[in-house]
Design a binder for this molecule. Structure first.
Ligand code: PBG
Length: 334
């Protein structure tokens, strides 16, 4: 059939919109900006050290942290999240160090706020960096993580962070009822504007392993796992119930974690609740990409930007990613 035969052309040619750069830009539905990036930083009481399974990431000393933060600010990133590498001698079964007002994280917060008051500082509320057994809470003789006693310590940790100037506290422990307890304690202490970003849908994932190496908690945890509190990767409805509960208890923002394997959950959360929704593009996802990139199998910039954009398309307001500095740099060049 001749291609000019009347009536026999496709009614819609979506390729028209894709045919030139200007029209591709006009029809582009999602964009990544520097405002979409939250950068996780490891701070240590020990020596500065590269993290083997996370090429390009390292443990920063409090002294080295200043340079790192200057760089982050210069790149236009507006929020960081801190993770502590605690001296093994300070790890205990009940994680007392977690609530030390002069501990590593409160000290780091004060230092950062003194230098860059406008930079948003978020902290992780969880006990695993501080427990001798590597669990996110206190345990009984059988190794079971006790919910309510853990919450008491999480609340003390929350207050230590908020008193030191944290803008956002972010519980990553998955205890039932911790958001309500934290919100009440913050209100009572006068921290009415301290935001709670809940790791609401946090899955029992194998993608956290490089992070546990970075924190030095992998050895403490040994062969134990976190499946009695983190969500089963098979469950979507249950993740939605977690989000609903955390919002009811007073969470301001919610997070889904890990990221790429859980884009369906992100989409469901954003669609159903319409609240500020974030994803944690976790250590294992970073390691996976880096391994392929370092082997020359993937183009770094293209692969990373595509991945970060997929979070936006799924419904994220911003992403916690170890690629934040790279992405900010590329966005500045674009
Ligand atoms: C622990 C915590 C974990 C991460 C953030 N907070 C690991 C875990 O639950 O064992 C993982 C982050 C990452 O993998 O990048 N409270």
């Amino acid at each position: 059939m001749p291609h000019t035969y009347p009536g026999h052309f496709p009614a819609t040619r979506l390729r028209r919109g894709r045919s030139a750069d200007f029209s591709r830009r006009l029809v582009r539905e999602n964009r990544l900006t520097r405002d979409d990036l939250i950068y996780p930083i490891f701070v240590t009481e020990g020596e500065a050290m590269d993290i083997q399974a996370m090429p390009g990431q390292k443990r920063h000393t409090l002294t080295g942290l200043a340079d790192e933060i200057d760089e982050v600010v210069a790149l236009g990133i507006s929020m960081i999240v801190l993770f502590p590498v605690i001296d093994p001698s300070k790890k205990t079964p009940e994680a007392e160090e977690a609530a030390n007002p002069d501990g590593l994280i409160p000290t780091a917060i004060r230092q950062i706020k003194a230098r860059h008051p406008e930079l948003g500082v978020m902290t992780d509320v969880a006990l695993d960096p501080y427990t001798s057994h590597g669990q996110d809470g206190v345990i009984d003789e059988a190794g079971y993580v006790l919910n309510d006693p853990t919450i008491e310590i999480l609340v003390a940790q929350t207050l230590a962070h908020a008193d030191a100037g944290a803008d956002i506290v972010s519980p990553s422990d998955m205890m039932d009822g911790r958001i309500q307890a934290m919100r009440h304690a913050l209100e009572d202490a006068g921290h009415i504007n301290t935001v709670i970003m809940s790791y609401a849908a946090k899955f029992a994932s194998s993608y956290y392993n490089p992070f546990r190496e970075a924190l030095g908690s992998a050895g403490n945890l040994g062969k134990a796992d976190k499946r009695t509190y983190q969500v089963d990767p098979a469950n979507g409805d249950e993740a939605m119930r977690e989000v609903a509960l955390d919002l009811k208890e007073g969470a301001d923002m919610v997070m889904v974690k890990p990221g790429m394997p859980y884009l369906d959950i992100i989409h469901r959360v954003k669609t159903e609740f319409g609240v500020p929704t974030f994803a944690y593009h976790v250590s294992g996802e970073y390691a996976m990409l880096k391994a392929a990139i370092d082997n020359g199998w993937l183009d770094e910039r293209a692969a990373v930007m595509e991945c970060l954009l997929s979070f936006k398309r799924a419904g994220c307001d911003a992403v916690l990613t170890y690629f934040a500095k790279d992405a900010a740099r590329w966005l500045g060049e674009a």
